[in-house]
Design a protein around this ligand. Structure first.
Ligand SMILES: *Cc1c(COP(=O)(O)O)cnc(C)c1O
Length: 460
């Protein structure tokens, strides 16, 4: 029997009360925060959609796994369980735990990238780009053309343009491309999936030039679910088998386990090449820890091993991906355009389209993010000129290509009524969109200004 309502595939056993605030409370909190949602106390937020990273709820079995944690410095049972969970999923022999995804990136690029080399990716996530660039190498984004079109309904807008990859390698020479990376799903490109056909095409290019292929596989399970829904030949496949097939095409991977690891902390680096693994382990010992814990507690490794087993459950993935789609449909119905089709972990509202009376220099996406907070205590994140605009000391900022507000969905935390509430808040804000005003920056640091900048509303 196919029922229309896709229910949360879990029940709630531990309750964390929400704290309600008044509009006056939120106005005061936002003023104190310099109109920057990163500066808010989480207690002043009702529904927190700032990020899906490390914000998920652990299962009963994960909490039980914590109790099994073996805190031995070397050779802990927890590491063996973690190693075997990762090996079962990826088929990779060498498994190196790290405290977060970016630590795995730093170690990998530290070993492979050099000044004068180029690392292609569909779209580098910001920490990935930073860890490539800090070595002196160039991080080059080669996402397919439809991935740059916000409104295109193409099913695999995360695909890496395999022809552009071939051209890049021919142009710079295969010796100058130490590895190719593919991010599944493509976080910085709206959480769009990558098809298996595309992974095979990229693999073929890598093989022709003898270049290793690594996955940035933070959302490997969501990507597998999209493949099952959208790619010919996979409709009856199990998400775990699709994920295994994707990892099977790669020589290695980095993963932030704060996403599809269903953990609150953790990451990993895995690979097939024993020599490279040995070099990476040496780096690991310098900054992260001994190779059998890598900056994590034994109990974390156990909870993550359990998370990696749970995340490919079809009932969970159906609920997860449907939640994003449901919220995106509601936003569109309220007249707020979104990045199409919705990704797996977030809904991106197009503030540039909704607030076309606010110029980019007055940060329309920040205006929308602040309005959602003031209206209903909902916290999203600006992905626009505040985050990516190029500050110019004596003139106006160079605007970002798009003005978006990302509403990221923590895993297994919110229910459908929470999402319905967020939809109502979006609708209320959209109804008076023409009255919203922009913001200007009154203080900003030199780097990554969106985290700490202070702003003021533009005078009407
Ligand atoms: C989160 C993320 C990272 C970095 O992982 P951290 O655990 O935050 O260090 C890298 N790549 C992608 C695609 C991510 O989403």
């Amino acid at each position: 029997m196919a029922y229309r309502t896709i229910i949360e595939p879990f029940q709630i056993r531990s309750v964390d009360p929400l704290r309600f605030t008044t509009r006056a409370d939120r106005e005061a909190a936002l003023r104190t925060a310099g109109h920057n949602l990163f500066n808010l106390d989480a207690d002043d937020v009702l529904i927190d959609l700032l990020t899906d990273s490390g914000t998920g709820a652990m299962s009963t079995e994960q909490w039980a796994a914590l109790m099994r944690g073996d805190e031995s410095y070397a050779g802990a049972r927890s590491f063996r369980r973690f190693e075997s969970a990762v090996g079962d999923l990826t088929g990779m022999e060498h498994v190196i735990p790290t405290h977060q995804g970016r630590a795995a990136e730093r170690i990998l690029f530290g070993e492979l990238a050099r000044p004068g080399t180029v690392v292609p990716n569909n779209t580098h996530f910001d920490t990935t780009r930073a860890n490539v660039e800090v070595t002196g190498a160039e991080a080059r984004d080669l996402v397919c053309p439809e991935g740059r079109d916000l409104r295109s309904e193409e099913p695999f807008k995360g695909n890496l343009d395999a022809e552009a990859l071939e051209r890049t390698i021919t142009q710079v020479g295969s010796g100058a491309v130490p590895l190719v990376m593919v991010t599944i799903t493509n976080n910085s490109g709206g959480g769009q999936p990558v098809s298996m056909a595309n992974l095979r095409a990229v693999r073929a290019v890598c093989d022709r030039h003898g270049i290793p292929l690594f996955l940035d596989a933070c959302r490997f399970a969501e990507n597998a679910w999209f493949v099952i829904q959208r790619e010919e030949g996979y409709a009856d496949a199990h998400p775990r088998d699709v994920a295994r097939e994707a990892f099977g095409l790669a020589d290695g991977c980095t993963i932030s386990l704060k996403k599809d690891g269903l953990g609150n902390i953790g990451g990993l680096l895995a690979m097939r090449d024993a020599d490279l693994a040995e070099r990476c382990r040496t780096q690991l010992i310098l900054t992260e820890g001994f190779p059998t814990y890598g900056g994590l507690a034994g109990r974390d490794l156990d909870a993550l091993a359990q998370g990696l087993a749970e995340v490919t459950d079809p009932a969970y993935l159906r609920y997860r991906v449907r939640t994003a789609e449901y919220l995106a449909d509601a936003a569109e119905a309220a007249g707020v355009p979104t990045v199409r089709p919705p990704g797996g972990h977030a809904v991106y509202l197009d503030a540039g389209a909704l607030l076309d009376h606010i110029p980019a220099q007055q940060l329309p996406a920040q205006a929308l993010a602040c309005a959602l907070y003031l209206e209903g205590g909902v916290r999203g994140v600006e992905i626009g000129t505040l985050m990516f605009g190029r500050p110019s000391p004596d003139a106006v900022d160079t605007p970002a290509p798009h003005e978006l507000v990302r509403l990221a969905l923590p895993r297994r935390v919110y229910t459908q009524s929470h999402v319905d509430y967020v939809a109502e808040v979006i609708d209320a804000v959209a109804r008076r969109a023409d009255q919203l005003r922009g913001y200007h920056i009154v203080w900003q640091p030199r780097w990554l200004r969106h985290f700490t900048a202070r702003l003021e509303p533009v005078a009407s």
